[in-house]
Ligand binder design. Structure first.
Ligand SMILES: Nc1ncnc2c1ncn2[C@@H]1O[C@H](COP(=O)(O)OP(=O)(O)O)[C@@H](O)[C@H]1O
Ligand SMILES: Nc1ccn([C@H]2C[C@H](O)[C@@H](COP(=O)(O)OP(=O)(O)O)O2)c(=O)n1
Length: 232
């Protein structure tokens, strides 16, 4: 029997990363943060001096990207050329620039190919020993793993998502903090939505709205979906 594949998509700040990690820990599965791959690719292009507007040059850099990603949900480190970039890829500069890579279809093809390989490896062996993987991003339920055992669209109201991101980045969700966060959440999602549909659930994808749930309740809600859709 092959491992369990749980695919989670959703907009920025809906809780994908924290919820996917919680679900992976609870089920003993690997965790794949595909957004971290787009962020690492962006950092790599910037450090190599490749203009993000040069689509072919970016795609070439992404094909050469020396990326390692740890799949342990308790310590999901990201390395580029052997250097730990887990913190650097969360910088505002990267958050502001990443959509240029995410809307580059040649770069998407390369990162998508790597993501499918990880998901396939984890269903039969890999870090999880074949237990499976929770993969999260924008196109996992639709493009990368449309055959996943469990497919979830994690949503939350724009206000909830802005408030969470503002608290995370500025320690407060007052008006100034929310205004300073808007570009990273609303503008970036609008740009990303030009190439990927992650606002509306595709057929067979279960929507979980986390607007009125805390983190623990959201993890429990997704675990309920797993238990219903793929009982083991
Ligand atoms: N259900 C929730 N309720 C409250 N805060 C949450 C919830 N889910 C996530 N968070 C917090 O919101 C922030 C953004 O979550 P994150 O997992 O990074 O979202 P995403 O990966 O979708 O951008 C984090 O600080 C996280 O702890
Ligand atoms: N499978 C994916 C994952 C991320 N992306 C894009 C969307 C985002 O702008 C960046 C970074 O993703 P990340 O999940 O880190 O972003 P958020 O935490 O949701 O704000 O990459 C994508 O296009 N496809």
């Amino acid at each position: 029997m092959s491992g369990l594949v749980v695919a989670i998509d959703g907009p920025s700040g809906s809780g994908k990363s924290s919820v996917a990690r919680g679900v992976a820990v609870a089920l003993g599965l690997a965790y794949l943060d595909t957004g971290a791959m787009y962020r690492a690719a962006t950092l790599w292009c910037l450090t190599q001096g490749t203009p993000l507007t040069d689509r072919h040059a970016v795609a070439e850099q992404v094909r050469a990207l020396p990326l390692e990603i740890d799949l342990d949900p308790a310590a999901p480190a990201v390395r580029v050329a052997g250097e730990d970039v887990s913190v650097a890829i969360r910088a505002t500069e990267i958050s502001s620039a990443v959509s240029a890579v995410a809307t580059n279809l040649e770069a998407r093809a390369e990162l998508g190919r790597r993501q499918r390989t990880v998901i396939e490896d984890e269903s039969t062996g890999g870090w999880s020993g074949g237990r499976g993987v929770v993969a999260e991003g924008r196109d996992i339920t639709t493009a990368i793993a449309p055959d996943a055992d469990v497919r979830v669209l994690l949503t939350a109201s724009e206000a909830a998502r802005l408030s969470r991101r503002a608290k995370e980045l500025h320690g407060s969700d007052d008006e100034a903090a929310v205004a300073a966060t808007r570009d990273q959440v609303v503008r970036r999602d609008a740009d990303d939505a030009t190439v990927v549909e992650f606002q509306v659930a595709a057929d067979g994808v279960v929507t979980v709205d986390s607007s009125d749930l805390n983190l623990e309740q959201t993890v429990a809600a997704v675990l309920d979906v797993v238990a219903q859709v793929a009982p083991r």
